[in-house]
Design a protein around this ligand. Structure first.
Ligand SMILES: NC(=O)c1ccc[n+]([C@@H]2O[C@H](COP(=O)([O-])OP(=O)(O)OC[C@H]3O[C@@H](n4cnc5c(N)ncnc54)[C@H](O)[C@@H]3O)[C@@H](O)[C@H]2O)c1
Length: 270
């Protein structure tokens, strides 16, 4: 028996690096999963791989109607919703405030926050009734950028910090029926894309020269995360049997980012 036998989840950004690892692990744990993402070809590939355990919804998380359609499709296909996973987001390619042309800032802010913050809130809003009915839970993908500077640029880091407040407030508002938690990954080997038009030098995250080595050296556990490294945390938080009294909790999955300033262990031979 898997930890999520008989459960139903809706995962946004489920074709991406971290999202597809969560989808695969949820299916392996016995769940049926609705996957919402932007790219239809990637959605079809995931469906071909996982079969009837998944349905796919092509849409844009920043739009209310698309979130509403995703929840409706989940209920129609599987009859209920136990877990909403808000995960879709875009990066800002480490772009500093003074590197965004002032006349472009308003649009850049609105577009990134529409996906990374409003997208989570819209998904949550559209899921509330179904999750109350199932006494289910929400899980959001945050980041070490929800707590520390330097892992992104001004827009990404500000948006991820805002989500700490969102998790706490939603957990407060939705108790006792719905638990609300999050996972905060550190640097992960994915092709995470940046907001279109924000930075002309932008490339997918794992194509940045030296990204993997730099990320590994920055943390005490000395390696970059692979997407599957985080997936078990999402299983734990979705499982009523194993985390039924856990809400407003953010699990760090980042190689020890918080203690990195202590440097490598002094007693360890190279
Ligand atoms: N890769 C990292 O180093 C890292 C570190 C910490 C946190 N994260 C977070 O992990 C989550 C997943 O990122 P990833 O690294 O897997 O990136 P990714 O680019 O591989 O996946 C992003 C997914 O989101 C979807 N998406 C993007 N914009 C969308 C939109 N407007 N509407 C619908 N779907 C949309 C894409 O289709 C894709 O499925 C994000 O919340 C990201 O901030 C990533």
């Amino acid at each position: 028996m898997g930890w999520l036998e008989g459960q139903v989840a809706l995962i946004t950004g489920g074709t991406g690096g971290i999202g597809s690892a969560i989808v695969r692990r949820y299916v392996a744990e016995g769940a049926r999963v609705a996957v919402m993402a932007r790219d239809d070809e990637q959605l079809q590939a995931l469906h071909a791989e996982l079969g009837d355990a998944v349905i796919t919804i092509q849409g844009d998380v920043s739009r209310y109607q698309d979130n509403q359609r995703a929840v409706a499709a989940t209920l129609e296909a599987f009859g209920k919703l136990d877990t909403f996973v808000g995960n879709a987001a875009v990066f800002d390619y480490f772009t500093r405030l003074d590197r965004v042309a002032p006349e472009d800032f308003e649009s850049a802010f609105q577009r990134l926050f529409a996906i990374n913050v409003q997208g989570y809130l819209l998904g949550a809003r559209c899921s509330i009734d179904a999750l109350r009915a199932s006494r289910g839970s929400m899980i959001f993908t945050l980041s070490n950028s929800a707590f520390y500077a330097g892992g992104g640029g001004i827009l990404y880091v500000t948006a991820k910090h805002a989500l700490v407040g969102m998790v706490r407030q939603l957990a407060y508002e939705l108790a006792p029926e719905v638990r609300v938690n999050a996972v905060a990954p550190g640097a992960t080997n994915t092709p995470m894309k940046s907001l279109e038009g924000l930075n002309q030098h932008s490339v997918p995250l794992n194509q940045i020269p030296g990204f993997e080595d730099g990320a590994a050296q920055a943390v005490p556990l000395q390696r970059i995360a692979e997407p599957a490294d985080h997936a078990g945390h999402y299983v734990l938080l979705a499982s009523r049997e194993n985390s039924g009294l856990t809400t407003a909790t953010i699990i760090h999955s980042d190689g020890g980012w918080e203690i990195r300033s202590a440097g490598p262990r002094k007693d360890r031979k190279a």
